[in-house]
Design a protein around this ligand. Structure first.
Ligand SMILES: Nc1nc2c(ncn2[C@@H]2O[C@H](COP(=O)(O)OP(=O)(O)OP(=O)(O)O)[C@@H](O)[C@H]2O)c(=O)[nH]1
Ligand SMILES: [Mg+2]
Length: 252
């Protein structure tokens, strides 16, 4: 079983991508299953095979511990970590080739709390990867691009997973996509774009961060994807295969 964690800022398209990836693998004769890791979500665009809402009840936690919605979600996450054995047994019973894990909208729950890293380490002992979603609607300015790249890097540090960076919502951003792909491939063009838009202090801070991030190849191979048209999913799957299957791809 290979496990794929879908991460990114709130509303970047994690849940929709989860459903599209599931559909993609299923169409290509692979057995994929979805695990919803968001205890507070109401509606999802897919049917969960494993759902943490079956293990923790947010409304019950709010009432029992007199917590507001944010406090309850934090507590729910810690409870989920404490139920890892049960959840892992459930996953093993389903036993898919690919387990796609949709992570919570509140990024810090999964990305920064120790329960997130604990979950990653303990859900399976086999191959794992993560996909980080750069929200296409957010990164249309070069300064936003750098700040989300910083976030992506910090999450990669915390989770310690091989990560594929993608840009979503490409169907909405038209010709701006070309600029973004150029920024991601060419440090000089990104620095030039920042110089045009930012004041001196912002320029200096952003370019210094950028040079540090560039050393680790932060945005190389940023894959453009539309969860609505399906464009780019083939490239994403190929990239996942390179990480998870050491080169062997599923049949088209
Ligand atoms: N046009 C377009 N809309 C998208 C795309 N991906 C997601 N959306 C829309 O963006 C909104 C948020 O998508 P979700 O999949 O719920 O995003 P999410 O990251 O799971 O959101 P949270 O779990 O709340 O953080 C929905 O209305 C989606 O239909 C895309 O590639 N193109
Ligand atoms: Mg979601």
């Amino acid at each position: 079983m290979k496990t794929i964690f879908i991460t990114g800022t709130a509303g970047a398209g994690k849940s929709l991508l989860t459903s599209k990836l599931h559909e993609y693998y299923t169409k290509n004769s692979a057995f994929a299953a979805v695990l919803n890791l968001d205890p507070g979500v109401r509606d999802l665009p897919y049917i969960c095979d494993i759902d943490v809402r079956d293990y923790v009840d947010i409304v019950d936690i709010m009432e029992r511990y007199d917590l507001g919605p944010n406090g309850a979600v934090v507590m729910a996450n810690d409870l989920i970590a404490s139920k890892i054995e049960e959840i892992r047994e459930h996953v093993n019973k389903v036993n898919p080739d690919y387990l796609i894990v949709d992570t919570p909208g509140q990024i810090e729950l999964f990305a920064y709390r120790s329960s997130g890293r604990f979950f990653v380490e303990n859900i399976s002992s086999e191959e794992k990867a993560s996909i980080f979603l750069f929200d296409g609607a957010l990164i249309t300015t070069p300064v936003n691009f750098v700040s989300i790249a910083l976030l992506a890097t910090s999450i990669k540090l915390h989770l310690n997973l091989s990560t594929i960076n993608i840009i979503t919502k490409t169907d909405l951003i038209g010709s701006k996509l070309k600029n973004i792909l150029e920024w991601s491939a060419n440090l000089k063009s990104l620095e030039d774009a920042i110089a045009k838009e930012a004041d001196g202090e912002t320029y200096s801070l952003t370019t210094n961060i950028l040079r540090g991030l560039n050393l680790s190849g932060f945005a190389q191979g940023l894959i453009p994807v539309s969860n609505v048209t399906g464009e780019g999913l083939v490239n994403l799957q190929a990239s996942l295969s390179r990480i998870l299957n050491l080169g062997e791809e599923i049949e088209d």
